[in-house]
Design a protein around this ligand. Sequence first.
Ligand code: TYC
Length: 104
Amino acid sequence: MDEHRIKSGEELEVKEKQETKTPSLYKVFLLNDDYTTMDFVVLILEKVFHKNPVEATQIMLHVHKSGKGLAGVYSREIAETKIVSVHDLSQQNCFPLKCSMEKE
Ligand code: TYC
């Protein structure tokens, strides 16, 4: 019933709101392990997550002491790409360094 009726302004407004929904953000965490060197983790934080040397060292030490630490916040696609980069670089260098993501 009423399928071909022209939509009211109110209905159009509701639709527009849904179409302009902002994308969800994801936190990317680095995880501690006993084998990856501290220098390699700092390098990853500088090269993949664009941290300066001081920030990178602080984050690495936080992960080392507490088990996990925030490397950055990104859209889903960028977060997934960062994780693949970290895992590829770690594997190429024979380190078990892992990271994970969580929806904000
Ligand atoms: N725990 C490691 C060591 O003692 C250092 C390390 C820090 C490893 C952070 C992973 O995400 C990490 N060599």
